[in-house]
Unconditional design. Structure first.
Length: 289
């Protein structure tokens, strides 16, 4: 019988765990007790709530649980390096909890936590793959992968900017729930070709809603921001093999925008690659190849 262990993806706002037998998930659980809600002494209790003692074996964890504000800091490994560098950091407490380190880059300065495990999982599912991985989210990552290593990466705060502008700025008054792919692509094309128009075109969203009653401001805001991001990250995706990790609407928006620029991207499910990456980390910890 394969050994039992627990896979753990612990981010800022949520916690996901899987009871594992080898590479097979036997059970899973979720919690809203992310790193951002916990003091260091509360992590063990939060984990036990979703992964009880009968979920035996070591816990292999990735994400913000290893941040400086997390359970225990798992030091960054500098790129270029494999997405799963040697060494896991053990959290304090009776339970064996081993945290995967994040990755860092000195020039330009950048860091990631959690995404490195998704990169490892994608490579485990797609052996020998070279190219660029896009990981959309609050802070979207663009990761250049070659010969099984992370060569370089860049982070764009596009998701956070969308959240702030759509909920905290004057644009919040125009954010209806409707969506238009046509409006999204038109806006993305504007800032991809002329990113200097971003700030002025943002206010045009509000003016357009007031003057014409247009209900596509949400799609246009997303398009303007993603278009500006694609302009800034063009050296990563232009002429490269690209894959977008994520199964939600945000990931599909990136695939759509890239396709419109003649850069077709494949799409991979986020949960699947995360679990594959955690499994790869567990196997490395055991000394398996």
């Amino acid at each position: 019988m394969s050994e039992r262990w627990v896979a753990c993806d612990w981010g800022t706002s949520s916690l996901r765990v899987w009871a594992m037998e080898g590479a097979t998930a036997l059970d899973e659980a979720h919690s809203a007790r992310g790193m951002g809600t916990l003091a260091p002494e509360q992590f063990a209790e939060a984990l036990d709530e979703v992964a009880p003692a009968e979920w035996s074996g070591p816990v292999i964890a990735c994400g913000m649980v290893g941040a400086r504000q997390g359970w225990v800091e798992a030091a960054y490994a500098a790129v270029p390096c494999p997405p799963l560098p040697d060494g896991l950091t053990r959290a304090p407490g009776a339970r064996e909890v081993l945290i995967i380190p994040g990755l860092s880059q000195s020039d330009p300065p950048d860091v990631m936590r959690g995404e490195e495990t998704q990169v490892a999982g994608f490579l485990a599912l797609n052996p020998g793959w070279d190219g660029v991985l896009c990981l959309p989210g609050t802070h979207t990552k663009w990761v250049h992968v070659s010969a099984g290593e992370v060569v370089s990466f860049r982070t764009a705060m596009t998701g956070e900017m969308f959240a702030l502008l759509s909920t905290r700025s004057v644009l919040r008054h125009s954010m209806e729930e409707g969506w238009s792919d046509e409006a999204f692509l038109a806006a993305a094309d504007v800032t991809l070709s002329r990113p200097e128009r971003l700030l002025s075109d943002l206010f045009a969203l509000r003016a357009g809603a007031l003057l014409t009653g247009a209900g596509d401001a949400r799609a246009r805001l997303s398009g303007l921001l993603i278009g500006a991001e694609l302009a800034a990250t063009r050296p990563f995706w232009l002429g490269q093999q690209v894959a977008v990790i994520g199964a939600d609407a945000l990931a599909r928006s990136y695939v759509t925008a890239l396709d419109a620029q003649g850069a077709p991207a494949t799409q991979a499910k986020g949960d699947a690659v995360t679990l594959a990456g955690l499994t790869a980390a567990w196997r490395r910890w055991k000394g398996e190849t």
